[in-house]
Design a protein around this ligand. Structure first.
Ligand SMILES: Nc1ncnc2c1ncn2[C@@H]1O[C@H](COP(=O)(O)OP(=O)(O)OP(=O)(O)O)[C@@H](O)[C@H]1O
Length: 585
């Protein structure tokens, strides 16, 4: 079981020019609980989370995961996974290829790709281009990517966005399960009711400032609401309350007194000899409390609870902001930027990636086209068992992943999907019995060279593979390659990679979208593309069906490689130099 890690925000401020997106934000988020991160639109939630995962550098202050800054994490994908807004998906890339690229970039066994696809309920969309995915399906893909490294810390930014009710329930179950396993789970939302459903602890942020840190119970203190009191003789009751200095509203249900409690009101009215017909302490609605908090009408001191202890963290030094970005850049590069896959590599992987519905022995057939492999997977018993779910998914109704996985498990051919030796067998994230994805959590946190070799033998890509292979080996089809799909290392959606490499599978996968598909769903102004472009500094790399691929992919690669190390201060951040890149808004 991966260890949950303490998340610490230590007097974090982030300014974008004149805009203080986050101001002196300090909080702790503990493992083993779901911590809701609640705030209205523009409150600073996303910026805070992006700082945590190294996408933004605090102007002042520090963020740490298990006592380390993101930039200090040796293997960040195995420590923290994130679903953030605008995940930087490549619109023309397929579901499977996206996850393959993510796995490759992070030296994660490719067996996890198929497992996670099944786990998140995208088993029928392996070959679907991301452009053709619904928002909810993209959220599921985001979740799969975040879980790829089996991290002990999960950061989820508005994870319910776009999900249908079934998907929301699935997401809630996943979130709860991840926390129950001891992981640290920080979930942002601007919807109070959503946080209310899942969170144990809560941080409320508004205008970039922490407004509350505590438990849900603390937030909705039942004694903090009004007292409703009534009597047959309302006149006498009113007189008694006024005499005691209370103000009240007269409602049909009675007199509503704020700022006191039932015991006090009862004593006052008893002392005045008024016989009450109603004496009721009403708790405030969470909605009321939240609105009061964010509007500074109801300020509770942020206190240390399961998740948050702002007072317990030492003030951060302003000099933190001046720290060279080498650490962050190195870490980002390690996570996203150093894997360079050749065409041959990616082709091979595309064909041999484990699918939970495929017997282990069926993988690795180099002669088997990816499509055939997909067909085979689709005809497996588990898929047959899931045919109803599959149909519903095709109809736009997401299949219940848990059911799917359980069915797959029941089919008897999925629990052994990854029979490669593992050091231990970890349970699935939050949903007991999902044996089909058990191997997801089996990989040691640090892969040895021997492991890497083994991965390669299975069709996995060596993270150190020279990128020039892809260029040198490109055949004539490479001319059709989608330049946008070249970023095989831009894989974990929360942090676009610095490096990129065209691959043959890019070429293979770049068959034109069906008319309806391209016309209906491929959004050339997809914000994820803008996100990508903000990182690369190369707007010409937009996914664009109309756009001819660059004939000079090598130079594009150079651009992509350089992009990750270039400061990007287009937003006017106050710190300078090695600012990690971030999206433009
Ligand atoms: N890259 C940027 N450049 C300039 N301003 C930014 C940038 N990113 C965020 N901001 C600003 O910082 C503030 C906080 O934005 P942020 O996205 O963090 O809020 P949020 O709570 O996540 O909002 P939402 O719920 O709408 O996603 C906003 O005023 C936003 O416009």
């Amino acid at each position: 079981m991966p260890d949950g890690q303490l998340i610490e925000f230590d007097h974090v401020t982030k300014r974008f020019g004149a805009v203080a997106a986050v101001s002196d934000f300090s909080a702790r988020v503990n493992p083993g609980v779901v911590t809701g991160f609640l705030g209205p639109n523009g409150a600073g939630k996303t910026t805070t989370l992006r700082m945590l995962v190294g996408l933004e550098r605090p102007t002042i202050g520090t963020t740490k995961i298990g006592g380390k800054r993101f930039s200090e994490l040796r293997d960040p994908a195995r420590v923290i996974g994130a679903m953030l807004e605008n995940p930087g998906f490549r619109a023309r890339r397929t579901v499977e290829r996206h996850l393959i690229a993510a796995a490759k970039a992070n030296s994660i066994p490719l067996s996890r790709v198929g497992e996670l696809i099944s786990f998140v309920g995208l088993g029928d969309d392996v070959e679907t281009r991301i452009a053709a995915l619904s928002l909810g399906m993209r959220q599921r893909l985001s979740a799969a990517t975040a879980l790829l490294g089996d991290p002990g810390v999960l950061v989820l930014d508005e994870p319910a966005n776009g999900l249908d009710p079934e998907g929301i329930r699935w997401m809630r179950t996943l979130i709860r399960g991840l926390a129950d396993e001891g992981r640290t789970v920080l979930v942002s939302s601007h919807v109070l009711s959503e946080v209310e459903q899942t969170a144990d602890a809560i941080l409320v942020i508004a205008s970039g400032k922490l407004k509350f840190a505590g438990t849900m119970e603390d937030l909705a203190d039942p004694t903090a609401g009004p007292v409703v009191v009534d009597a047959a003789d309302r006149s006498a009751l009113s007189k008694a309350l006024r005499g005691a200095g209370f103000e009240f509203e007269v409602l049909r249900s009675g007199l509503t007194v704020r700022g006191s409690d039932a015991a006090t009101i009862g004593a006052v009215t008893a002392g005045a000899g008024v016989a009450l017909t109603t004496l009721q302490q009403r708790g405030p609605t969470l909605e009321d409390v939240f609105l009061d908090l964010v509007n500074d009408r109801h300020v509770r001191p942020a206190k240390s609870v399961a998740g948050a202890a702002p007072a317990a963290v030492a003030p951060a030094s302003a000099s933190d902001a001046d720290e060279p970005a080498t650490h962050a850049d190195d870490a980002t590069a390690a996570l996203f930027g150093t894997v360079e896959a050749s065409e041959r590599d990616e082709d091979s992987i595309a064909e041999t990636v484990d699918r939970p519905t495929e017997p282990e022995g069926s993988e690795g057939s180099e002669d088997q086209p990816a499509d055939e492999a997909e067909d085979d997977a689709g005809s497996s018993p588990a898929d047959a068992a899931d045919s109803d779910d599959a149909n519903s998914a095709q109809d736009g109704t997401a299949a219940e992943p848990a059911d799917t996985a359980e069915d797959a498990s029941g089919a008897g051919d999925t629990a052994d999907v990854d029979t490669a030796p593992r050091e231990d067998a970890r349970p699935l994230p939050g949903i007991a019995g999902l044996a089909a994805v058990a191997s997801l959590f089996n990989t040691p946190a640090t892969a040895s060279a021997a492991d890497d070799d083994a991965d390669d033998a299975e069709g996995h890509v060596d993270a150190e593979q020279p990128s020039t292979d892809a260029i040198d080996d490109a055949d004539a089809d490479a001319a059709d390659a989608d330049s946008d799909d070249s970023d095989v290392t831009r894989v974990i959606e929360v942090i676009p990679a610095a490096d990129a490499e065209p691959s043959a599978s890019d070429v293979v996968a770049d068959v034109p979208l069906a008319e309806s598909e391209s016309a209906g769903t491929l959004d050339e102004t997809d914000p994820t593309d803008e996100f990508f472009d903000a990182f690369t500094g190369d707007p010409s790399s937009e996914d664009d069906d109309e756009q001819e691929p660059s004939s000079d992919e090598e130079s594009e690669d150079d651009d992509l490689e350089n992009a990750g190390s270039e400061g990007d201060d287009a937003d006017g951040d106050e710190h300078d130099g090695d600012e990690p890149p971030h999206e433009q808004r």
